[in-house]
Design a protein around this ligand. Structure first.
Ligand SMILES: Nc1ncnc2c1ncn2[C@@H]1O[C@H](COP(=O)(O)OP(=O)(O)OP(=O)(O)O)[C@@H](O)[C@H]1O
Length: 584
């Protein structure tokens, strides 16, 4: 149904110029197509990646000025203008990304305002760019000798590019890099622990969004046939963001709906309001401002989700591909993890105080202790989520302390989190597939061109196997955010298993599980142990820990109290006292 409707819309879209549609509406649609390209970039950057930019109009300007300059001053081909515009955009975007994308909170949007203003003033003050008058006499585009001088001619090119860009962005979001990109908005710690370089993906979406804006600018220059700085200022940057938010900033369809709503409302109101109210004020801006506030308040996800919810997508078909092949496992008994006097201070608080322990291949080791003993901090130090104040961690014979968590993940350590970390609006299956990130290799370009399908099927096949193993096959197509806490924890374990780890770090895996789920989990962990998996387990449920582990490390007040077999620990008066809060 969804697909048939999409095909019908596309047929109508490309048949329009042949129908008796007034020129005015063709022109409107041309602008909607060009605006949609910029809004698509914002969907990726702001809606999915969580990086708010007010500066996209500046990249539209770079695309427009590059082609205008080369065609009017040097008589070169507009197609060369596109290539040069894209090259300049990539360089400028890379420099800006490296300077600003490590900023967080309100600093990043402020930085985008700064560089948007700077680029716009640069365009307006360069003698060779015609200062505020800009460049006149930009030629019309032509393809294979056909001039695209008329609105109907360039319409097909604009919409062909817009539709291809939408397909590319949609393909990207449904891919290995896409899952990493979808983690950027609030799940970066988890993504890093799965081996993702989140900064790299921030730079990638920033550059892709800038390139889409540049292409829009290139088209704009050849539609307007003249360029000057005013359409590339901060006001337009804000309006592009407005379009994305109104349409649905996290959705590809939203970019088109937002651009259409904006353009149509703006143009109609420009005529209507002065006629109604008298005078010649820019009344439409006031109305658009009110519309935006109402949308943010009553439909914060924008208009598109209302349309899309009427046409739900079919669940992903079961993967028929072979699952991924597993890597070599360490020999049983081999020293796997060596934690040597690790220490973590938070200001004056010593959360972990020179703690040492080891794990050998094939062991399940428990890390227990009362609340606030330092277990999760130790976990975070071992997995690279926190940096050490002192001490060393070695894994499989190599020192890993000081490495980022993604590098430690690459060496075969995978973890779950005390507070579940996931992408709530992705399905369970997609969340779990993110765990196999390091076992795939498809990059952004392959994903956008849909050349990654064979690898994708294998990644999904692996995730399906892990979900089945953990008893969650029936829930794999549900949104992760809709699950109860217990299944969410199980989903994290399946995700960690997807990375084919040599050591599994589980932070309170049984918390929130019902008795039957706990028993099933214990059986899964025993099965993993039989397969040679080594596990470090933080857990409060004593029965669960005692029945499962080979050895237990007990912590209290950041210090290792004792280490021994479950029987030794249970018999220890010091442990009893630590749990009961009495002197020992
Ligand atoms: N980021 C942080 N900044 C400051 N203090 C912290 C931070 N993280 C943990 N702490 C403190 O370090 C100590 C150890 O905390 P941690 O979470 O490691 O304990 P835990 O044994 O895992 O406890 P629980 O079983 O309650 O999760 C606590 O006093 C905690 O308040």
């Amino acid at each position: 149904m969804r697909r048939a409707l999409l095909v019908a819309v596309l047929i109508l879209l490309f048949a329009l110029p042949a129908l008796p549609v007034p020129e005015f509406w063709i022109t409107q649609l041309n602008y909607i197509g060009m605006f949609s390209l910029v809004a698509l970039g914002l969907v990726l950057l702001t809606g999915i990646g969580g990086l708010t930019s007010f500066g996209q109009a500046a990249f539209v300007g770079i695309g427009a000025y590059a082609t205008a300059l080369l065609t009017t001053r040097y008589g070169l081909s507009p197609w060369l203008g596109l290539v040069v515009g894209l090259a300049v955009t990539v360089v400028v975007a890379l420099v800006l990304a490296l300077l600003t994308l490590r900023m967080s909170g309100h600093y990043l949007p402020l930085a985008t305002i700064c560089w948007a203003l700077s680029l716009n003033f640069t365009m307006a003050n360069m003698e060779f760019l015609g200062k505020y008058d800009g460049l006149l006499g930009v030629p019309a585009l032509s393809i294979f000798g056909f001039s695209l001088r008329e609105g109907r001619g360039i319409y097909l090119l604009i919409w062909a590019i817009a539709v291809l860009a939408a397909l590319g962005v949609r393909n990207l979001l449904d891919s290995r890099p896409g899952r990493a990109i979808r983690a950027l908005n609030g799940a970066t710690t988890m993504a890093e622990a799965m081996g993702v370089s989140t900064f790299r993906y921030k730079v990638i979406i920033f550059v892709v969004a800038a390139m889409l804006a540049c292409i829009s600018g290139w088209l704009f220059a050849h539609v307007q046939r003249t360029v000057n700085p005013s359409p590339f200022g901060l006001k337009m940057g804000i309006e592009y963001l407005f379009m994305a938010v109104v349409g649905g900033v996290g959705t590809v369809g939203g970019a088109f709906v937002g651009a259409a709503v904006f353009k149509v409302i703006e143009d109609q109101l420009k005529e209507l309001l002065p006629a109604l109210l008298g005078g010649s004020g820019n009344y439409e801006i006031i109305v658009l401002g009110i519309v935006l506030v109402l949308i943010i308040k009553y439909a914060p996800k924008g208009l598109w989700p209302y349309v899309a919810s009427r046409f739900p997508a079919a669940p992903r078909a079961r993967s028929t591909a072979e699952r991924l092949s597993a890597g070599a496992k360490p020999q049983p008994g081999e020293l796997l993890l060596d934690v040597d006097k690790v220490r973590k201070e938070f200001g004056g608080l010593v959360a972990v105080n020179d703690v040492s322990f080891q794990i050998r291949a094939g062991e399940i080791v428990g890390l227990i202790g009362p609340n606030g003993a330092g277990k999760s901090t130790t976990f975070n130090l071992v997995s690279g989520v926190l940096s050490l104040t002192r001490g060393a961690v070695s894994f499989r014979g190599g020192r890993v302390s000081g490495l980022p968590s993604r590098e430690i993940a690459r060496r075969g350590m995978s973890r779950t989190f005390q507070h579940v970390k996931m992408i709530a609006d992705m399905t369970v299956l997609e969340n779990v597939t993110l765990g196999s990130y390091l076992r795939g290799s498809s990059g952004t370009a392959r994903a956008m061109l849909r050349l990654d399908r064979a690898e994708e099927l294998r990644l999904f096949a692996e995730a399906e196997v892990q979900l089945e193993r953990i008893g969650m096959a029936a829930q794999m197509h549900e949104l992760a955010g809709n699950l109860a806490l217990g299944p969410q924890r199980l989903m994290e374990i399946a995700r960690a298993l997807c990375s084919d780890p040599a050591l599994l770090l589980l932070d309170e895996p049984a918390a929130g599980l019902r008795l039957k789920e706990k028993q099933a989990l214990a059986e899964v962990l025993r099965q993993l142990k039989r397969e040679g998996m080594s596990i470090l387990l933080v857990e409060h449920d004593m029965e669960f820990v005692m029945g499962l582990t080979d050895r237990i490390v007990v912590m209290e007040f950041g210090t290792k109290l004792i280490e021994g077999t479950p029987d030794e620990v249970q018999a220890s008066p010091a442990v009893m006292a630590a749990y009961l809060g009495t002197e020992h």
